[in-house]
Design a protein around this ligand. Structure first.
Ligand SMILES: [Ca+2]
Length: 366
């Protein structure tokens, strides 16, 4: 019945000119559902959907729905999407409720400055529906959201993305240089992995359930998953300021949302006081750069790779710690293995370069 109601609404919208799916304009229909943002009662999540819809409409490449029509259709279908909603479910609503080609949904979460936005987009016109965008982006300032949305929409418009040319020297360095993490595969150490901090109570060093060797697992109860999440850090690794690095990790999550933060630190010099009672404050490491890797609970081992150049306009990132992290709405288990950090490009003379995007490959056979 509800699907029937949705179909009627599409007809209504078509005939009343409220919105025109592909059949009317020849342009593919794009629908942005409100992203979930529990921290501000959905305000930022709704704003992201508005920005996407506005950009898509103005680009002239897509047909969009006005929000009144969109909400009427969603209300009739009783549908609400969260980041955990499957592409199949979203595509069904996109196809049958909106006659859409693309549907956006996702989540906005607060960050230390600004927010993180997790964009998901499904192509509803292929069978099985294809997840064409699954990308986490950090907006350190809410005013940057339109720019980020514009970049994300380029995935769909066929507008050329900045070409990521493979740099042969960097690829060679990735192959031949040693891992800067002494024990990224967690095979060394008796009670806890060498080169990593002591294990917190929710983390364990275990024999990998899917293959040779050991890995780290978090077993998060519901309360921890929903509040602090679980985290586990490597020791500090010395960096060469200005160099470009590549980090790779394999993750398998059976529930919680995994993330990795590559946190970089500068060392502030020891301070000395003046006067009758000299005071010495020891040198302090301060976080001056962080590169987040947004992973997914895919249920299978998935490899994430990112290139990055730690930089800060005032400080110099000199040390790096890998922080494995997981959080989520429900309890569950996450596995981490094979962390690799390599310098792929020496410090440049002159100009500095921004880091690249996270690449994801599924390798369910492992
Ligand atoms: Ca291992």
């Amino acid at each position: 019945m509800r699907w029937l109601a949705g179909a009627w609404l599409v007809v209504l919208c078509l005939t009343s000119g409220l919105a025109a799916p592909e059949s009317a304009s020849g342009k593919p229909v794009l629908v942005a559902l409100d992203f979930r943002s529990t921290y501000d009662d959905g305000e930022m999540g709704a704003k992201v959907a508005q920005v996407i819809t506005g950009h898509a409409g103005r680009s002239g490449e897509f047909q969009t729905y006005d929000f009144l029509s969109r909400d009427e259709i969603l209300g009739a279908l009783g549908f609400k999407a969260g980041p955990e909603t499957s592409p199949e479910e979203v595509a069904k609503v996109g196809r049958e409720g909106f006659g859409a080609k693309y549907v956006f949904w996702g989540e906005v979460r607060p960050a230390r400055s600004g927010c993180y936005i997790h964009f998901k987009t499904v192509d509803c016109t292929v069978e099985p529906p294809r997840l064409v965008i699954d990308e986490g982006r950090a907006a350190d300032d809410v005013h940057k959201i339109p720019l980020i949305v514009e970049e994300v929409l380029r995935h769909l418009t066929g507008e050329p993305e900045p070409v990521k040319e493979l740099d042969p020297a960097a690829e060679r360095a990735w192959k031949v240089t040693p891992n800067l993490l002494a024990n990224g595969s967690f095979e060394k150490g008796a009670d806890h992995p060498e080169g990593w901090e002591e294990l917190p109570e929710y983390a364990q060093l275990v024999v990998s359930p899917d293959g040779p060797g050991r890995c780290i697992t978090f077993d998060l109860d519901r309360e921890r998953a929903r509040s602090y999440g679980g985290l586990y850090r490597s020791d500090y690794v010395a960096l060469r300021p200005g160099a470009t690095y590549r980090f790779q990790v394999r993750i398998k999550s059976l529930g919680p949302t995994p993330m990795v933060f590559l946190k970089c630190y500068d060392e502030l010099p020891a301070k000395f006081g003046f006067g009758l009672r000299p005071l010495r404050v020891p040198a302090e490491r301060r976080e001056v750069y962080r590169r987040p890797i947004h992973a997914e609970a895919t249920g299978a081992w998935t490899t994430y790779t990112t290139d990055f150049t730690p930089e800060h306009k005032q400080y110099t990132p000199r040390w790096l710690r890998v922080q494995l992290y997981a959080y989520g709405a429900e309890a569950g288990v996450v596995y981490f293995d094979d962390c690799i950090l390599k310098e792929i490009k020496p410090p440049p003379v002159g100009s500095r370069k921004q880091g690249g995007d996270v690449r994801r490959e599924s390798n369910a056979n492992h």
